[in-house]
Design a protein around this ligand. Structure first.
Ligand SMILES: Cc1ncc(COP(=O)(O)O)c(C=O)c1O
Length: 312
């Protein structure tokens, strides 16, 4: 399965402010693993796909918003591995399709739209029955790939790149939506390392208990446990820029300047917020004398949608 994917490069950020604080900064470029299935997406989908195949399903059904990176990647994975895909989209259909959904359809994904209230029932047997009556049997991947298969895949993010990661990093930083990626990466680290998640939603503090639940479920399962059990992690919730998919002029300027300076494209919804947070915290001397790894979790396809909105 993995032959489709390039080993993600590790790129140093030569930032003056980092050097002044004796901070070494590296980026793990998961965005370069595959043109369509990149970032944290392959890791979240990999074991879901394996489970679907082991249970003889040839159809995947998943949920997401109209600009969802997860919908985009699931459609592409289905196409790559010969599985049918159904995307259940939150909200009303709008034509022409936006670039995310247009791509999903081009990969063979069937789309179905649910109003927000019905969409919220995605985990209920009742709604799943309605969908089964319409589409036949399918393997369900929850919104955002947020389940133990998703966590398991994310435990491999660092080891997948281990040959490149010379020496250890003291601090690892990543952006959080559901917290699945953070849970997986936490489980793969060792005790001297510290993981920081930057929620991109307003009021991201609520994620703490969601992540603790995922971790507890994983630890009580018989899934492989590649790292130490009690890793220190924290959420820094001050860099949401107004909330999920909200952008400010300051964030847009940062994204553009960062891209020019370091040749690292960032997406506005996730990685730009996390990178902004890390650079700001270095400036505030929150970090010093350490090596930091920033995980670039991809999401660049979503910029088209945001850029169209900025032009409107
Ligand atoms: C580009 C990108 N980065 C980060 C995340 C956050 O991942 P998680 O939902 O596992 O916290 C997502 C959402 O899946 C994403 O699409």
């Amino acid at each position: 399965m993995t032959s489709f994917f390039a080993v993600p490069p590790l790129q140093e950020i030569n930032s003056a402010i980092a050097h002044q604080n004796n901070v070494e900064l590296y980026v793990l470029r998961l965005d370069l693993m595959h043109p369509f299935v990149n970032g944290n997406k392959w890791f979240k989908l990999k074991y879901n796909l394996e489970a679907a195949k082991a249970q003889n399903f040839n159809k995947l059904l998943t949920f997401g918003g109209a600009y969802s990176n997860h919908i985009y990647a699931t459609a592409a994975v289905g196409n790559l591995f010969g599985l049918q895909t159904i995307g259940v989209i939150r909200g009303e259909k709008s034509l022409p399709l936006n670039p995310t959904l247009d791509f999903a359809v081009s990969q063979g994904m069937q789309l179905v739209y649910l109003d927000r209230q019905t969409y919220r029932q995605q985990q209920t047997a009742k709604l799943q029955e309605v969908l089964k009556n319409r589409f036949g049997d399918f393997f369900i991947i929850p919104e955002g790939g947020c389940n133990l298969h998703g966590v398991r895949g994310c435990t491999e993010i660092i080891s997948n790149s281990a040959p490149l990661i010379k020496g250890d990093f003291d601090v690892i930083c990543l952006a959080c939506g559901t917290g699945t990626t953070l849970a997986g990466v936490t489980l793969s680290l060792h005790q001297k390392q510290h993981l920081i998640g930057f929620p991109v939603l307003k009021g991201g503090e609520f994620l703490k208990s969601a992540i603790e639940t995922l971790l507890a479920e994983y630890l009580s399962s018989d899934l492989p446990m590649p790292g130490d059990k009690s890793i220190s992690w924290e959420l820094i919730c001050d860099y949401h820029f107004g909330g999920y998919a909200k952008v400010t002029e300051e964030l847009v300027t940062f994204q553009k300047e960062f891209g020019k300076l370091y040749q690292i494209p960032l997406d506005y919804i996730y990685t730009a917020k996390m990178f902004y947070g890390v650079m700001d915290l270095i400036q505030q001397k929150y970090f010093s004398n350490c090596r930091i790894l920033l995980i670039h979790t991809g999401g660049l396809q979503g910029n088209l949608g945001i850029e169209n909105r900025l032009i409107d």
